[in-house]
Design a protein around this ligand. Structure first.
Ligand code: GUN
Length: 294
């Protein structure tokens, strides 16, 4: 029987735990975690993500600030806002929703965030600390995958983890986490990307397959071995004449065909996706409480 890795339930449990810890933090130290969100432009997906993050803050008893700028905003305007938040003791986490409009240098903006408030884990200092195994805020989606591995007690030590995708947000950090000499890691890692002549040669070797490329249903049954554990990070909308909406969501893995071969798999939606916001809340709580980071 294939185990379905249910990110919806894990995220809900985790948020409940954070909510309770937040109450204790407020009662004992008078601290309320505060998350500041900057949204630049009108990207519809970004608007939805920021609204969901704001809603999660309210549900957990956090303070949140949302600053919205038009897509004509300048780099200087963004830098001024970040500087104000860096110096505001009520702000424990700063999140700049990506992507940013073309006139703004994303890396310059990320570098302006104080690493102590970098709850997205995107600052070069956070990335460097992650690689050398020092405490840092882990980027939220890779952190969510580690949390699922932990809560489903998936054996990783000495296993072959194959990561498809090398993005800064998912592929690179999860690859760097999975080989660390840590519980729920300590694996042998292969990273596949568009430079590889045949990625499936590697995916077929995976004990644990993590896919984050944004290509609908790229991985089919013939690309995996029996007993594989699959983490599907993709969220793609594809046309579906059989659906009342005319479309449906799917991952980067062909769920129906891979399911019977897998020992465990995350569905889309309801797998890795719900974990991202839960881990953002967790990082913000850690920043406010001063508890040890990963
Ligand atoms: N855009 C897509 N994913 C993310 C994320 O995890 N954090 C931020 N800040 N922007 C994103």
């Amino acid at each position: 029987m294939t185990q379905i890795i249910d990110g919806k339930i894990v995220a809900a449990n985790l948020k409940e735990e954070i909510k309770q810890k937040t109450e204790v933090l407020f009662k004992t130290k008078g601290i309320k975690p505060g998350l500041a969100l900057l949204l630049v432009g009108d990207d519809p997906a970004s608007k939805v993500y920021v609204a969901s993050k704001d809603k999660a803050c309210a549900a957990l008893g956090f303070n949140s600030i949302i600053m919205r700028l038009p897509d004509t905003a300048s780099e200087a305007e963004c830098l001024k806002i970040i500087n104000d938040w860096n110096n505001d003791s009520n702000v424990h986490g700063i999140l700049i929703q990506l992507p940013l409009p073309k006139q703004i240098d994303e890396q310059k903006i990320i570098k302006a965030i104080s690493p102590s408030k970098d709850v997205d884990g995107f600052h070069p200092e956070s990335v460097g600390r992650l690689v050398i195994g020092l405490p840092c805020f882990l980027p939220c989606t890779p952190h969510g995958i580690i949390e699922l591995i932990k809560r489903y007690n998936i054996e990783t030590k000495g296993k072959h983890v194959v990561v498809v995708g090398r993005s800064n947000i998912v592929g690179k950090p999860i690859s760097n986490l999975m080989y660390q000499k840590q519980p729920y890691a300590n694996a042998i890692v292969t990273i596949c990307h568009t430079g590889a002549p045949d990625i499936f040669k590697f995916t077929r070797e995976a004990d644990i397959l993590i896919v984050a490329v944004g290509v609908p249903e790229l991985i089919k049954a013939e690309h995996v071995k029996d007993g594989v554990v699959v983490f599907d990070v993709g969220i793609n909308r594809v046309a579906d004449p059989n659906s009342p909406k005319g479309s449906r969501l799917c991952g980067d893995v062909d769920y129906a065909s891979v399911l019977p071969k897998a020992s465990a798999i995350t569905p889309v939606p309801g797998g890795v996706g719900p974990m991202t916001i839960a881990m953002l809340m967790y990082n913000t709580y850690l920043s406010a409480s001063g508890e040890t980071q990963y």
